[in-house]
Design a protein around this ligand. Structure first.
Ligand SMILES: Cc1cc2nc3c(=O)[nH]c(=O)nc-3n(C[C@H](O)[C@H](O)[C@H](O)COP(=O)(O)OP(=O)(O)OC[C@H]3O[C@@H](n4cnc5c(N)ncnc54)[C@H](O)[C@@H]3O)c2cc1C
Ligand SMILES: NC(=O)C1=CN([C@@H]2O[C@H](COP(=O)(O)OP(=O)(O)OC[C@H]3O[C@@H](n4cnc5c(N)ncnc54)[C@H](O)[C@@H]3O)[C@@H](O)[C@H]2O)C=CC1
Ligand SMILES: [Co+2]
Ligand SMILES: [K+]
Ligand SMILES: [Mg+2]
Length: 526
């Protein structure tokens, strides 16, 4: 079976062989995007009428780009083409020339519109033929020996194809269905979870064993235009080195406006560029930002416990909050307790504390945290959205109720009698909260649950210090001058944060810039 391409297709092997072997060397110069020496490149061809008709959103190419990035392979181009033999042949021939690896997604199934095998064969001037091993599998699988059946069509692949069976990580056995490749072209099925499974099993064949890629990220809290010359200047100085610098503005993140990425095969180079770039940036513009604060939640939260600084009020408050939550978890099991989460800043800080203390106490927990969310009428859509995002981020089971808090608690008492305690972000400066303690039952004329208030003595500034120090996401309204959230008809941005920006537009500073915490409710009519 394994015949060399030359004899089969009678092609002039010299220049074909050289050129194809030549373009296998990752060093060839005509690549589109900058690559580092030794770096392999890839091209992705998404095949499917359904994509071009907008009926199916292409997720395969994004999945493949993420995977290739971690493998250190530089994806240079993605193209989406229709299920047509000539379109496939042309694109595959071009990509096979230009890139180290070519991935096709789609069109290898049994239906009439699956033409990828014919297309790839045509790209290399090959015929398709029944591959004995695939015939045998398909016969056995679909119980058919009819060579004209649609199923058997999947066994008709380009001559000289290679079959690759990965090891299924779940069963640790060879995968049932092989991946077909022809030269440097790998033909994946279009169905996302089949493509993803196949790639996860086989992706290592694309890894450059001898080159390791390092990436580093710098976050800047200035708009990109104001620092573009610095970035360009540094990038030019390292143009000839094995360094690729990227700049990515982000208009919605609460912590940074530009993310700078530095990629290189040489870790020392990365250090050098990092140092030079950060030194050249404006004073105070480089921010420490944690992309995934949940990942480091336990370590970050419990590092406060090790902080010996006895007279730092903020540290004391955080330590006290951790201890109160730990005590609550001694008294109540996770089914007895829930967190009152209404998307506000206080319970945003509280949720992270609660999450970290629970994770420390129950490291292998797969239980969802229970959260109570009583929705007031005409609530802000931004709050609603943030509550959903937080639910997913912290894997919470939301107990939703609509209406007045007291009634909702009554309803909860009957349909969730297991809830005995609610952890809340109440602070003593909240209305009617001065008398509260860390553990205070609800008032006698209220449904009886234990209110747990770990943040009772936190000041307004402590809440923001905690949130921002840990890069916690928070409701976007707080970046627009809202300092305390009620419903839309009784809340507006805090007048104390108001200012006129350089274009003469009236804007508001973010909530964390409010100096005097006692004015936190100046934006509330009630
Ligand atoms: C579980 C619970 C028990 C209560 N018990 C009493 C009581 O016994 N006597 C009494 O007079 N008042 C009680 N209240 C009402 C409370 O005193 C406040 O009026 C109410 O929490 C709104 O506080 P706030 O406007 O300061 O908002 P926040 O400052 O946002 O409230 C502080 C914390 O309460 C929790 N919380 C507030 N509103 C909600 C909500 N809609 N959904 C989920 N969690 C929320 C959050 O954890 C929040 O961090 C209770 C409220 C709750 C949620
Ligand atoms: N198990 C396996 O690994 C293999 C299975 N097959 C068979 O082939 C058929 C499916 O393979 P193909 O014909 O290649 O699929 P296809 O090209 O027919 O696409 C199938 C469906 O996958 C989705 N899809 C396609 N491209 C996508 C993209 N880029 N992003 C997101 N979604 C996308 C679309 O919903 C499309 O209708 C099935 O019948 C399967 O049994 C064939 C080979 C391998
Ligand atoms: Co198909
Ligand atoms: K199809
Ligand atoms: Mg298709």
């Amino acid at each position: 079976m394994a015949s060399t391409e030359a004899s089969k297709s009678g092609m002039d092997t010299t220049n074909k062989q050289n050129s194809s072997s030549q373009n296998h060397s990752p060093l060839f110069k005509r690549s589109y995007c900058r690559t580092m020496s030794g770096q392999s490149t890839a091209g992705i061809i998404v095949i499917g009428d359904e994509i071009l008709k907008g009926q199916t959103l292409d997720t395969n190419s994004n999945f493949l780009c993420k995977k290739f990035f971690t493998l250190g392979v530089k994806v240079q181009k993605i193209s989406v083409i229709c299920d047509e033999v000539d379109a496939i042949a042309d694109e595959v021939a071009l990509f096979s020339e230009k890139f180290t690896h070519v991935i096709t997604s789609g069109g290898i199934g049994p239906t009439h519109d699956d033409m990828t095998f014919e297309g790839v064969a045509k790209a290399f001037g090959l015929k398709t033929e029944f591959h004995p091993e695939l015939v045998e599998r398909i016969t056995h699988w679909f119980h058919t020996t009819d060579m004209t059946s649609p199923e058997m069509k999947m066994a008709k692949i380009p001559e000289t194809s290679q079959l690759r069976f990965g090891i299924d990580p779940k069963t640790n056995k060879p995968s049932l269905y092989p991946l077909v490749s022809v030269r440097n072209v790998y033909l994946f099925p279009g169905i996302p979870n089949l493509l993803e499974k196949a790639f996860i099993m086989l992706g290592d064949i694309f890894q450059n064993p001898d080159v390791k890629f390092h990436t580093d990220t710098i976050y800047i809290d200035r708009d990109e235009a104001s620092i573009a010359s610095i970035i360009t200047d540094v990038a030019n100085r390292y143009k000839e080195d094995d360094v690729v610098i990227g700049s990515y503005p982000n208009l919605t993140n609460s912590y940074y406006k530009v993310k700078i990425t530095i990629e290189s095969t040489n870790p020392n180079k990365i250090q050098e560029v990092h140092k030079e770039m950060t030194e050249k940036m404006p004073e105070g513009s480089v921010v420490v930002y944690d992309l995934d604060p949940l990942h480091s939640a336990v370590q970050a939260v419990y590092s406060f416990m090790e902080n010996p600084n006895k007279d730092d009020q903020f540290i004391q408050c955080v330590q006290a909050a951790i201890r109160t939550i730990e005590t609550a978890l001694e008294k109540y099991s996770l089914t007895d307790i829930c967190i009152g989460f209404n998307g506000g800043k206080d319970c945003t800080a509280l949720l992270h504390l609660f999450y970290a203390v629970v994770k420390k106490k129950y490291p292998n927990l797969d239980l969802k945290l229970q959260a109570l969310y009583i929705r007031s009428r005409c609530r802000f859509p931004e709050v609603e959205k943030f509550v959903q995002l937080s639910r997913d981020r912290y894997n919470m089971e939301m107990l939703h109720y609509d209406g007045r808090i007291k009634e909702c608690l009554e309803t909860m008492a009957s349909d969730r009698p297991n809830i005995k305690a609610v952890i809340m972000g109440t602070r003593a400066t909240d209305p009617y909260s001065a008398h509260l303690e860390e553990f205070s039952m609800t008032d006698p004329n209220w449904p009886q649950v234990m209110r747990v208030n770990p943040m009772l003595h936190w000041q307004y500034s402590h809440v923001w210090q905690f949130i921002r120090q840990l890069s916690l996401p928070y409701c976007s309204l707080y970046d627009r001058g809202y300092t305390s959230l009620g419903s839309m008809d009784n809340t507006h941005p805090n007048p104390l944060l108001q200012y006129v920006d350089r274009r003469g537009v009236l804007t508001y500073k973010p909530a964390y810039m409010l100096e005097s915490g006692e004015h936190e409710r100046d934006g509330r009519n009630t």
